[in-house]
Structures are given as structure tokens and as C-alpha cells.
Design a protein around this ligand. Structure first.
Ligand code: FMN
Length: 211
């Protein structure tokens, strides 16, 4: 049996219950680890799932950062250095990835704390996650405050991408399920993925075909 919930009831729930419910509603998310350094070049790593494709030309990717007091280090580091890496998570890394969300002191590297390994690419001053199969480098373009709740939309432009060659289709589509990239739900649920299929560009005057 389905149940309908109106906003007054949703507002009356405990913070924890409401957080789980509302955070699940928007659906499965592209969970990743964001790697940064501070101005003393100390590494930081944290899990983020509110990532969004903003456009491919120019290639722009955004993520939502919570208010500064709740999630301070990644945003401050990005503002200090302008560069940050986004690293997909596979199921063998999921426990360590989740642990990066703990409130470690400023200057404590979540790489050291969790055992995930740094990977440095020549000429890039921020660390990638060695265990990640798909990873990319962004350059900060803008931090847009969201006035309704004190969060920020952090917009970055794509500078570099590392992707296993065998998951790239002839038309550029990435079969991320073959790279083992996982997805997340709510604030603490993680899922493997399986492909349902791809379809032709939808037109009003002809039926779809499977690709
Ligand atoms: C699955 C999951 C997804 C998360 N997604 C986000 C997110 O999109 N934005 C955010 O600000 N914090 C998110 N967090 C919380 C951050 O990981 C956490 O606040 C972390 O301590 C931030 O680290 P920092 O202070 O080093 O930036 C998420 C946590 C988990 C477990």
C-alpha cells in the first residue's frame, strides 16, 4: 500500500528520519571522493554524492557543498588552490570511502586515516585516489551560494580525465558499470549497478531503437 506524505508531516519528523527520507527521494547518486590539498600542500579526501553534470561544451561539473561549518576542508582547499580531483568508488573501497566522511581535524589526511592511496600525476598538484578506476581533474570556476540553506554549488571545468580504455564506446559513452563504479542512495547507502540498455535519440516521428 502506498502512503502520501504532506509537507507538514515531513517537517514534524526528527532531523535524522527526515534526512534519510528526503535524501533518498532524489534518487541514486554519482558518489565520488574529492581529493584536494591545503595551502601547506597537506592532502584531504572526502566522499561527496551531490555531483551534477552542468554541460559538455565547455565541460562543467558541479557539486553541492554543505554549509562551511558542516563540511569545511574540501571547499576551503579548493578556494585556496583552484584544483581538485574527483575519483569514482568501487565496491572494494566502499568502507574506506564512507569513513572519509568522519570529521577529521584540519590537516589530518583521510588518505592516511583510511588507507586509501594517493596517486600523483606529473604537473598536477592535487592527489588522485590510486584505487579508483575512473578519475578526473577539475579547475574551480565559481562557488555559487544557495541562499535557501547556506549550501554552495561548486562549479569546475574539466582539465584531465583518466578512464580505462576498454569501457569507452565508439561514440564516447562510458560503460561505468564495467569499471565497477558504484552509486549511492541517501546519506549512507551504496549500490552496485547493472546496465539496462541504451536507446536511440528520441524523436517524435519514429520509434526508439536499442543501441
Ligand atoms: C554518502 C555520502 C555522501 C556525501 N555527500 C556530500 C555532499 O554531496 N556534499 C557535502 O557537503 N557533504 C557530503 N557528505 C559529507 C562529507 O563527506 C563530510 O561532511 C566530510 O567530512 C567533508 O569533509 P571536508 O570537511 O574534508 O570537506 C557526504 C557523506 C556521505 C557518507
Amino acid at each position: 500500500m502506498r502512503k502520501t506524505f504532506f509537507d507538514e508531516e515531513i517537517k514534524s519528523w526528527s532531523r535524522f528520519y527526515r534526512g534519510n527520507f528526503v535524501n533518498s527521494l532524489s534518487g541514486f547518486k554519482s558518489v565520488s571522493l574529492i581529493g584536494t590539498v591545503d595551502s601547506d600542500r597537506r592532502s584531504n579526501l572526502a566522499v561527496f554524492s551531490n555531483l551534477v553534470h552542468l554541460g559538455a561544451d565547455p565541460a562543467l561539473i558541479g557539486f553541492i557543498n554543505r554549509p562551511r561549518e558542516a563540511a569545511p576542508h574540501t571547499l576551503a582547499n579548493i578556494e585556496a588552490t583552484s584544483l581538485y580531483t574527483i575519483n569514482h568508488i568501487t565496491d572494494s573501497m566502499v568502507v574506506q570511502a564512507h569513513q572519509t566522511s568522519a570529521k577529521y581535524e584540519e590537516g589530518v589526511s583521510e588518505f592516511n586515516a583510511t588507507g586509501l592511496n594517493e596517486e600523483w600525476i606529473e604537473g598536477v598538484p592535487v592527489p588522485f585516489v590510486k584505487e579508483s578506476h575512473v578519475k578526473y581533474l577539475l579547475q574551480l570556476e565559481d562557488v555559487v551560494p544557495i541562499k535557501q540553506n547556506g549550501t554552495f554549488l561548486v562549479i569546475g571545468s574539466l582539465r584531465l580525465a583518466v578512464v580505462p580504455h576498454e569501457i569507452i564506446s565508439g561514440d564516447g559513452f562510458l560503460h561505468l558499470e564495467q569499471a565497477g563504479s558504484i552509486t549511492s542512495l541517501g546519506i549512507d547507502g551504496y549500490y552496485n549497478t547493472s546496465a539496462l540498455g541504451r536507446f536511440s535519440y528520441a524523436k517524435t516521428d519514429r520509434p526508439l531503437t536499442r543501441l
